[in-house]
Design a protein around this ligand. Structure first.
Ligand SMILES: *[C@@H]1O[C@H](CO)[C@@H](O)[C@H](O)[C@H]1NC(C)=O
Length: 276
């Protein structure tokens, strides 16, 4: 009977172990599972992985054999985050360009976590302004970095354009991240229209323009203005940038004392005097 008891206890032990293994596995998805989920999310959504608090924790958790850039934003109208609205299309443009590039897509993923779905993460990171963006370097695999801490994108320094953002990513991932802006046919059309309109207007008004340009008085007026500007010290003002007038003891002085000095208004007074 002792052998039977031993068999039963071994059996129970095995079942318990398998149970533990399954529970742990479910709680912590493997790298393969993470990568395949990321691939699926990003291909279905033009290169962008829409996150919530749980997905954020899952994809950011080590080990990562991929780089991940995550934009924490707040697009709800009642929050009225203007920079979030400004940056959102630029972020998506870079994600889409990456998705359509010939690069190995599993090296970099683009995640967006909106405040609406990520309050827990905002609270955990103690974030109180949006947009905020973090770059998470890979921790294992062929591209693993020594520093595994996330890097914060500096919007003040690098700006809100797709080009600035892509060059930041290129530097961190170590591979060219492209920006493929769609051609704006409307803008091209408008510019052509404006140029043709201006040319037509010049052609129509040509007799009048010609008269003005050939008139002596036009050139006399232009020369006079230039001469007055030069001899009245306007150039000196332009270069040195003195105050326009000076105030001392409640008195306003228009003329600077001393030789090699002058006030802004002084040159205008001198110009008026020369005019006579
Ligand atoms: C990361 O690991 C997954 C699963 O092993 C693999 O499919 C993927 O190609 C790896 N990515 C990189 C960049 O090595």
């Amino acid at each position: 009977m002792a052998t039977r008891q031993a068999i039963v206890s071994i059996f129970i032990f095995l079942v318990f172990n398998i149970f533990l293994l399954v529970v742990c596995h479910a709680a912590k998805p493997s790298l393969e599972a993470k990568v395949s989920a990321l691939n699926q999310f990003s291909t279905n959504n033009k290169g962008v992985v829409e996150l919530d608090s749980d997905l954020y924790d899952e994809f950011v958790a080590k080990p990562r054999n991929y780089s991940m850039i995550i934009l924490l934003t707040a697009m709800e109208p009642q929050i009225n985050c203007q920079p979030c609205k400004e940056f959102d299309p630029e972020f998506r443009l870079v994600a889409k360009s990456w998705q359509s590039s010939r690069n190995e897509h599993s090296r970099l993923y683009f995640g967006i976590l909106d405040f609406k779905k990520g309050r827990e993460v905002y609270a955990k990171l103690n974030l109180n302004n949006a947009p905020t963006m973090f770059y998470f370097p890979p921790t294992t695999g062929p591209y693993a970095k020594e520093i595994s801490e996330p890097n914060r994108y500096e919007f003040n320094r690098r700006g809100f354009s797709a080009e600035g953002f892509a060059s930041y990513l290129s530097g961190h991932v170590g591979i060219q991240v492209p920006v493929k802006r769609p051609i704006n046919f409307f803008a091209i059309f408008v510019s052509i229209f404006v140029i043709l309109g201006t040319l037509a207007a010049i052609k129509l008004l040509y007799p009048f323009i010609k008269k003005v340009f050939q008139n002596r008085n036009t050139w006399a007026a232009i020369s006079l203005v230039i001469i007055l500007m030069m001899i009245s010290g306007h150039m000196w003002n332009h270069i040195r940038g003195p105050p326009y007038v000076l105030q001392n003891n409640g008195q306003i002085s228009y003329i600077a004392s001393g030789f090699s000095n002058q006030l802004g208004m002084e040159s205008q007074i001198v110009a008026m005097m020369y005019r006579r």
